[in-house]
Design a protein around this ligand. Sequence first.
Ligand SMILES: Nc1nc2c(ncn2[C@@H]2O[C@H](COP(=O)(O)OP(=O)(O)OP(=O)(O)O)[C@@H](O)[C@H]2O)c(=O)[nH]1
Ligand SMILES: [Mg+2]
Length: 373
Amino acid sequence: VQVNDNADIFDDLLEELLQLIYSAGSGVITTVVQRRNSYDPSTIIGTGKIEEIKKLVEEEKPDLVIFLNDLKPGQERNLAEKLKVKVIDRQALILDIFAQRARTYEGKMQVELALLKYLLPRLAGLGPILSRLGGGIGTRGPGETMLETDRRHVRKRIQTLTRDIEKLRSHRELLRQNRHNRGYLTASLVGYTNSGKSTVLNLLTQQNVKVEDKLFATLDPTVGKCYIGNGIEMLLVDTVGFIRHLPHQLAGAFRATLEEVQEADIIIQVVDVSHPQWEEQLNVTEQVLEEMGCDNKPTVVLLNKTDLLKGAEAEDSLVKIPNGIPVSALKNIGFEDLREALVDLAEENYPEFVKRFKRRDDTYEEQVYSTRD
Ligand SMILES: Nc1nc2c(ncn2[C@@H]2O[C@H](COP(=O)(O)OP(=O)(O)OP(=O)(O)O)[C@@H](O)[C@H]2O)c(=O)[nH]1
Ligand SMILES: [Mg+2]
C-alpha cells in the first residue's frame, strides 16, 4: 500500500521486497499496488482491493500473500480470513531469510528468539490458517510446533534463550579482549546488504565466506586475519548487512554482529555505488552506526563495484564522498589504496598500539603478497 509517508521511496521499497522474496528462495506470481491516503485500520487495504486480491488468490493459488507494509497481528488475521490464504508482512519475510541462513549455535538462538518474539502476539487464532500450509516462507522455525503449546511455554523459552545468549555474549567479550592482547587491531566491514562486504573479506583474508547475489547472504560474523602493510596486522570482521526498517526484534537480536561493530577499532563502510539508491543505503548505514554510537570511530568508505560504472559515474560518487576509495572487490582493483588508508588510520589513531606490536619480519610482507594475486 502506497500512502503519503512512503510515497517517494515506494517503488524502491517494492523492488527491494521482490529481492527479499527471491533471496528467501521463493518467487512472485503477481504484484498488487494500492494507493491510499491512509491505511484501513482493520485490513490496511480497502474492501474493493480485498475482493480483487481474493479473486487473484482463487485463480493463481499462491502459497501466501506478502505485504510490504508492517501488519499488526489483528490485521494479519483479518486479511488471512478474508483472502483465504496465509498472509505475512515484510518483517516475517526477513525473519524467514534469517532463519534459513543462521549457521552458528548463537546465530540460531538469536533467530529463534526473534521469531518467538514476533510470534507471541500472533499465536491466538493462528490455528486453522497455519495448519493449511505446506512448506515455504513463514513455516520454518518454531512456528508450527509452538502452536500446540501455550503462550506461557513461549515466554519461558524466550527467557531461557535470552539468558543463554547473554552468557555467550560475555564469552565473546573475552575473545575480543584477547585480540588486543595478541596484538591485533580489529576492523569491521559494515554496509547495506549485498554491497560486497563478504567479497572484500574473502579478497583480503583468503577466507571463503559465501558470496551471493542475495540479500542477507551473511548472518554470522566471520573473522579473518589480514596484513595491511607497515608491519601492521588487522583482524577483519564480516557482519550482517543493514537494511532500512529492520524489524526491531532483529535489530536487538543481532547484537552479536552489532557488538562486533561497536568493539571494532576501525570501520570499513562498503557501499555498492552501482546501485541506483546507493546514497540512501549509505544514509541507512550511517544512521544505524550513529544509533550504535559508532559514528566517531575511524572510518574508511569503500566505493565498491566501480567495475559496473562508466568513467563519469565513478567520478560522480567520488565527488559526493571525497574521502571514499573507489574499488572493485570482484576484480581486485583499488585495494592498495585501502591498505594505505588503513595503515594511516591505524598509525594516526592507535600509535601506541602500532608501535608495540609492529611486526619486524621484513619477509612477512612478501610472503603475504605472493600468496595473493
Ligand atoms: N560487479 C561486481 N560485483 C560485486 C563486487 N563485489 C561484490 N559483488 C557481487 O555482489 C554480490 C554480493 O556480494 P557479497 O559479498 O555477498 O555482499 P555482502 O555485502 O556480503 O552481502 P550480505 O552478506 O548479503 O549482506 C555478489 O554477487 C558479489 O559477487 C564488485 O566489485 N563488482
Ligand atoms: Mg555477506
